[in-house]
Design a protein around this ligand. Structure first.
Ligand code: CTP
Ligand code: K
Ligand code: MG
Length: 179
């Protein structure tokens, strides 16, 4: 059980971390260039920026490479069991997919009139993951690492991880609200 949890988090880190890089390095021109959709509301909003997107994808790739290095160092074979080109494609799919899912979530939120930064349960916690996994599933050898139990564990664990990390961030005074 603990092994499955650790393995799942490890395999999903390249999808989890892009948003953190976007938060830290984001800002500037929004992806939707400030434009409105046909409903008169913003397409994505000011929370989705080009710099955040690029920094997020780069950050996810960086994290995956650090993981590859750690695996070789400690002798674990997950990402390191793949050909380097396959690993690269997988890492890119996870981080790019994660930020596309995040942007898609914002698109849906704006259509429902949910303001930038306001929460939209489930979509906020799982949208990025579903997109990341859908894109990554196109990469050969995906099923070898991302077994159905890893995917199920990921879908259950991710909202829980969100909840726990947000409560910790709130207690530490890093967030205004505990969600
Ligand atoms: N961010 C960014 N570019 C992205 C994604 C995120 O610059 N592609 C930065 C923004 O500063 C954003 C912050 O990371 O405010 C937090 O990301 P997120 O919670 O996804 O955005 P929200 O501000 O909550 O906006 P939304 O309601 O559209 O999700
Ligand atoms: K989000
Ligand atoms: Mg948010």
């Amino acid at each position: 059980m603990l092994i499955l949890i650790a393995k799942t988090i490890w395999l999903l880190l390249p999808a989890y971390t892009p948003n953190n890089f976007a938060v830290v390095f984001g800002g500037g021109t929004p992806i939707d260039l400030g434009k409105n959709f046909v409903d008169g509301k913003r397409i994505l909003g000011n929370g989705k920026t080009i710099r955040g997107f690029v920094a997020g994808v780069s950050g996810g790739l960086l994290v995956a490479h650090i993981q590859l290095f750690i695996e070789k160092f400690v002798g674990v074979e997950l990402f390191s069991s793949l050909e380097y080109s396959t690993f690269l494609l997988l890492a890119f799919s996870l981080s790019f997919g994660s930020l596309c899912g995040d942007a898609f979530g914002s698109f849906i939120k704006r259509r429902f009139g949910v303001e930038r930064g306001a929460s939209f349960p489930i979509l906020d916690q799982l949208g990025f993951l579903v997109f990341a996994l859908l894109l990554a599933s196109r990469v050969e050898g995906f099923e070898k690492l991302y077994t159905s139990e890893v995917i199920i564990a990921g879908l259950i664990l991710t909202p829980l991880l969100h909840l726990v990390t947000n409560i910790i961030a709130y207690k530490l005074g890093l967030k205004e609200v505990p969600w």
